[in-house]
Design a protein around this ligand. Structure first.
Ligand code: ZN
Length: 69
């Protein structure tokens, strides 16, 4: 049996990993930008309403007006 006379005492090699703070941009901002209000302008009356030129009230008026002549 041999007893180690000198114990090698070394400081623990602690390697600090820098740059572990990850910051991801929330998708909320991106979604907000992409969620731009898609306004459709009616090509019939040119009004920004929820109808299109096919369901434009103006078309009805015109149709009835001309057919009722
Ligand atoms: Zn319209």
């Amino acid at each position: 049996m041999s007893i180690p006379s000198s114990i090698d005492v070394r400081p623990p090699n602690i390697s600090k990993t820098k740059g572990s703070g990850k910051r991801l941009k929330g998708g909320m901002e991106l979604a907000m930008e992409e969620k731009e209000k898609q306004r459709r302008t009616c090509s019939m009356c040119g009004k920004k309403e929820k109808h299109n030129k096919r369901s434009c009230p103006m078309l009805k008026e015109m149709f009835f007006g001309s057919s009722l002549m």
